[in-house]
Design a binder for this molecule. Structure first.
Ligand SMILES: Cc1ncc(COP(=O)(O)O)c(C=O)c1O
Length: 327
């Protein structure tokens, strides 16, 4: 029996799993199913709210008034934190990498609408964002307010528990659907989603390999980061499983032009999936991960797979500031 930590239960669960019929046919590989974590909410959509369910429960339990976090200027995590904090009656302070000349579009617009305070910082300052967030928490403390600091992407041991819970959900759904899958494919941006799914695979006997397509950095970076996160989770939550670092399967080679930058094959595939199955992928995470899946089915690590489950981790609001790429 596995006891999950307390949760504020803001995410709409379970999210459905269904087949991407026409995309599967068009890509001429395995049957592709999709786990619709883009449906965890409307403005709370995507993978981040599963992590925040646990993180914000801790913030509430410790009577925090303010939630502090960070990310890129179109960070889905920062937006989800800002919206969830507003829903729980807390204030949000966001440290966003970039300058303030950006138009209030996509996630930035939503941050503004829910009243988040935004500190724009340069890339150099972002390199020490953890220290900046700790300093901001101390400043609040001096003013008699208690702050809860959440690391980039909500990717610490507690946040990643959100995807242990998702793995349990997936295992239950596959059983009910009598569906056998070879692999789960998920984008990797800060590693928490992947780490949670891997721990969940061990705990709930999810009978599939977990593949992560990194959208920034490289395989070495994420193998080390995810291994650290998994060790932290197993210790912090006394999870009695044997972790083998070899089980971390990162598919590198699909960062393309770089984090947040789109290449033509990614754009073409996003448009194709939208037209064939009505699923809107995002340009920063799921578009790159789906391209990784499509290419690896042809002659790479997924070539012998018959059935693959792709986790749609959301990110739709990041599409709007890039709209001109798509028409
Ligand atoms: C839409 C979306 N998908 C995937 C990811 C990657 O998840 P993780 O940061 O847990 O690796 C993120 C955030 O980084 C995201 O916003």
């Amino acid at each position: 029996m596995f006891d999950f930590p307390d949760s504020v239960e803001l995410s709409r669960l379970p999210t459905p799993i269904h087949e991407l019929r026409r995309t599967s046919v068009a890509l001429e590989g395995a049957r592709i199913y999709i786990k619709r974590d883009d449906l965890t909410g409307a403005v709370l959509s995507g993978n981040k709210i599963r992590k925040l369910d646990f993180l914000l429960a801790e913030a509430r339990k410790t009577m925090c008034d303010v939630v502090i976090t960070c990310g890129g200027n179109q960070s889905n995590h920062a937006r989800t934190t800002a919206v969830a904090a507003a829903q729980l009656g807390m204030k949000a302070l966001l440290f966003l990498k970039n300058n303030m000349t950006l138009p209030f579009e996509g996630n930035l617009l939503l941050n503004k609408m829910v009243g988040a305070d935004i500190h724009y910082i340069s890339a150099e300052e972002y390199a020490r964002v953890d220290a900046l967030m700790a300093e901001a928490a101390r400043d609040y403390d001096k003013r008699g307010l208690k702050a809860y600091v959440i690391p980039e992407g909500g990717s610490n041991a507690l946040g990643a528990m959100g995807y242990v819970r998702a793995a349990e959900e997936i295992a239950r759904q596959l059983k009910r659907m009598k569906l056998k899958i070879d692999s789960v494919v998920v984008p990797v941006g800060s590693g928490g989603t992947y780490a949670g799914l891997l721990v969940g695979k061990y705990v709930f006997d999810l009978p599939a390999e977990i593949y992560g397509v990194n959208v920034c950095d490289d395989k070495r970076f994420f193998t080390r980061k995810i291994a650290g996160l998994v060790e932290e989770m197993l210790t912090q939550f006394s999870v009695p499983v044997n972790f083998n670092k070899q089980d971390i399967r990162i598919i590198d080679g699909y960062v393309g032009k770089g984090y947040g930058l789109s290449s033509q094959p990614e754009i073409d595939l996003i448009k194709r999936v939208a037209k064939s199955d009505g699923i809107i992928l995002d340009p920063v995470y799921t578009g790159k991960a789906m391209l990784g899946l499509a290419e690896e089915m042809k002659g790479g690590v997924l070539r012998e797979n018959k059935t693959i489950l792709f986790v749609h981790t959301g990110g739709i609001f990041g599409l709007f500031p890039k709209k001109t790429l798509f028409y």
